[in-house]
Design a protein around this ligand. Structure first.
Ligand code: PMP
Length: 385
């Protein structure tokens, strides 16, 4: 038997930082829940034999023919347990992360367009920094990046990416385009999970993308899923994945289905859960991190963050604030470039506001990295002057 060796990367747990070490919080690598999955190691182990999962095909009766039935069932069960999205009479399309599904959705919404020009794709600033590159990488004739949705005033068809809670600032969002032209939305619900935000309603839109990366933290599995109302759109998204990667790794689908099953068993009182339930744990950790962050920032003369409103969470049955995956820091007026300041003064690598279509006075820092990185960040932020 081959056993996966644990990855050792800068900032992995057990790292001791010296003051001159750079801490890299530029990316959103979600290792925050690693300790939980270590505790659940046995229950989540999947054994795959050499002859298993060899076919391209999984289920020729499903629109998404490469999706393992157990994966689709696990996704529906998870949304049923959490209550964050409608799945009844909806199609599930699995993708190699929400990244692939975003592009699949753009293809599906633009491929039949009769318009002479590529369809405009917009997102309200500050928007997820990867959208412009994902949209522009192939310089497609079908669609192109058209910038900030709040500024869109063309009388031409458009697609709006609605990210809620938003990356980078954690804000709950709806569509913002005011144009009279025909518009379609792709909802990016990467962070619509109880540890990041109160679950206020069951989302129900034409295309809703979710990712395993930010739900459980298993970004390395590269699993995302779309919940799609219209069968023709689901077929086109499936076609895109077919042309792009002929499906999605079955090893990854099996592992994701297993882990999601363990989470749901805990809530539905099947297995023997000696550990804390996943969303209880994940919410507690995120809450604790944010309490510490807000305390440090309250005392800071340099940094501010926006306050989050409190909402009632139907999943936890309590009112709470958001605990976003990222810290969207604003630097003091006297500092032109927050990212350069963070690097020069604190040796902290952040992603600059401009990447999100915002001012360089803002910088985004990951709040979902390892505990060591996070504790070092707290120390450095509290020393800033
Ligand atoms: N959308 C948003 C808003 C994200 O933050 C991310 C991950 N950083 C993604 C999509 C992509 O997720 P995945 O790992 O599933 O490709």
């Amino acid at each position: 038997m081959v056993v996966a060796t644990n990855n050792s990367f800068p900032g992995s747990n057990g790292t001791i930082f010296s003051p001159n070490d750079i801490i890299d919080l530029e990316r959103g690598d979600p290792l925050v829940f690693e300790a939980y999955w270590k505790k659940m190691s046995e229950a989540c182990t999947v054994v795959i034999k050499g002859w298993e999962l060899m076919s391209y095909l999984s289920d020729d009766k499903n629109v998404c023919w490469y999706m393992l039935p157990e994966f689709g069932e696990a996704v529906r069960r998870l949304h049923h347990v959490v209550g964050n999205a409608v799945t009844q009479e909806r199609h599930i399309v699995v993708g190699t992360g929400a990244t692939q599904l975003f592009q699949a959705a753009l293809y599906a919404l633009s491929s039949d367009s009769q318009a002479p020009q590529p369809i405009n794709v917009v997102a309200a600033a500050p928007y997820y920094s990867e959208y412009p590159s994902e949209i522009e990488i192939l310089r497609s004739k079908l669609y192109h990046w058209a910038g900030d949705a709040a500024l869109y005033d063309k009388n031409e068809p458009y697609i709006e990416a609605v990210t809620s809670p938003n990356n980078p600032d954690g804000v709950i969002r709806g569509p913002v385009v005011k144009s009279e032209a025909e518009g379609k939305q792709v909802y990016d619900f990467a962070y619509y999970w109880p540890h990041y935000t109160p679950i206020t309603h069951k989302a129900d839109h034409d295309i809703m993308n979710f990712t395993f990366s930010k739900c459980t933290g298993h970004a390395g599995s590269r699993i995302g899923w779309a919940i799609v109302k219209d069968i023709e759109i689901a077929k086109k998204m499936t076609r895109y994945v077919h042309m792009n990667s002929i499906g999605v790794s079955k090893e990854s689908q099996i592992r994701a289905a297993k882990i999601i099953g363990v989470i749901c068993d805990g809530y539905q009182n099947f297995g023997s859960m000696e550990s804390e339930l996943f969303f209880e744990y994940s919410k507690r950790i995120m809450r604790e991190r944010w309490e510490k962050l807000l305390k440090v920032i309250e005392q800071s003369k340099v940094f501010t963050v926006a306050k989050f409103p409190t909402s009632y969470c139907k999943f936890t049955n309590e009112s709470s604030e958001s605990n976003p995956g990222f810290l969207w820091l604003k630097c003091d007026e006297s500092i032109e470039d927050c990212t350069s300041y963070l690097m020069a003064k604190l040796k902290v690598r952040a992603r600059g506001g401009q990447r999100f279509g915002a001012s360089p006075k803002y910088a985004r820092l990951s709040a979902i990295g390892t505990e060591d990185e996070f504790n070092e960040l707290l120390k450095r932020l509290s020393n800033a002057d």
